[in-house]
Write a protein that binds this ligand. Structure first.
Ligand SMILES: [Zn+2]
Length: 263
């Protein structure tokens, strides 16, 4: 079978999980050989980065989703240690390294506070890669027509590091346009059990959006190229949901230039 990423004919030993096992997925898998062992291994490294020191860590801990080995989610984010409960109890998180000044809006009666955490620390690139990987694998598996219709060369080059220029995505649960589920029936239902949704929106031949939502986090990325303009409708006044961060000024500049051109 040919690997959908590097196109090498291979007989893979491992089976690729479309959504990582550590997010809770045990059923949505690739056919053996559709992702070769080399690619599988490469992706699990960036996946580990994307899932361990980012907002995903918080969601895994909060939802009581165990690691592959059955342990509670555990890692570092924003200088704090974060760990899910030993018995995988939902909405119970253990935090270490907190200082008094970290607890904003402390309410002594209700015993509530606000804690500010970074979304991705320095792992945005790993998150971009993981989103693109999941998107392409899901299309290949569940929407083969769409997979065959579009050219994913740019995505493949980014994933195999022949083109290392960053790839932008946004964190947003804005309902812009209508998205459709990539997996259908059984798999869609299985994923929904751990609050995971994989959606697509085909805008034109340059924009094929992939929306990945997990728990309370939703992200949108264009699977076809690094173009930014599709983000405009999500960002009427604010740019603070665009990652990697340097794309915020890029989009701002782009839109200013457009406005000037139409004036
Ligand atoms: Zn491969």
């Amino acid at each position: 079978m040919e690997c959908i990423f590097c196109t090498k004919t291979n007989t893979a030993k491992s089976i690729e999980h479309i959504v990582s096992e550590s997010l809770g997925n045990t059923t949505y898998l690739m056919d053996r050989g559709a992702v070769c062992d080399d690619c599988n291994k490469k992706f699990s490294n960036s996946e580990r980065e994307a899932l361990s020191s980012t907002i995903f860590l918080m969601e895994r801990a909060r939802m009581g989703v165990p690691s592959k080995k059955g342990a509670p989610a555990s890692g570092q984010l924003g200088g704090f240690g974060i760990q899910g409960s030993q018995n995988l109890v939902k909405n119970l998180i253990f935090l270490t390294g907190l200082k008094e000044e970290d607890l904003v809006d402390w309410d002594a009666d209700k015993k509530t506070f606000t804690l500010k955490l970074p979304t991705f620390e320095k792992n945005e690139v790993a998150v971009s890669k993981t989103l693109l990987k999941i998107g392409l694998e899901a299309l290949y598996t569940s929407q083969r027509k769409l997979y065959k219709k579009h050219d994913f060369t740019e995505l493949r080059q980014f994933l195999d590091n022949t083109n290392r220029i960053d790839w932008p995505f946004i964190v947003s649960d804005d309902e812009v346009g209508s998205f459709e589920s990539i997996p259908i029936n059984y798999q869609k239902h299985q994923l929904s059990k751990f609050r995971c949704k994989l959606l697509y929106q085909e805008t034109n031949d340059k924009v094929l959006l992939f929306k990945f939502s997990y728990g309370a986090v939703a992200m949108v990325i264009n699977l076809l190229n690094r173009d930014l303009l599709w983000m405009e409708q999500y960002q009427t006044n604010k740019y603070d949901t665009i990652y990697p961060i340097h794309f915020r000024t890029k989009l701002e500049r782009l839109l200013r230039r457009q406005t000037r051109a139409t004036d």
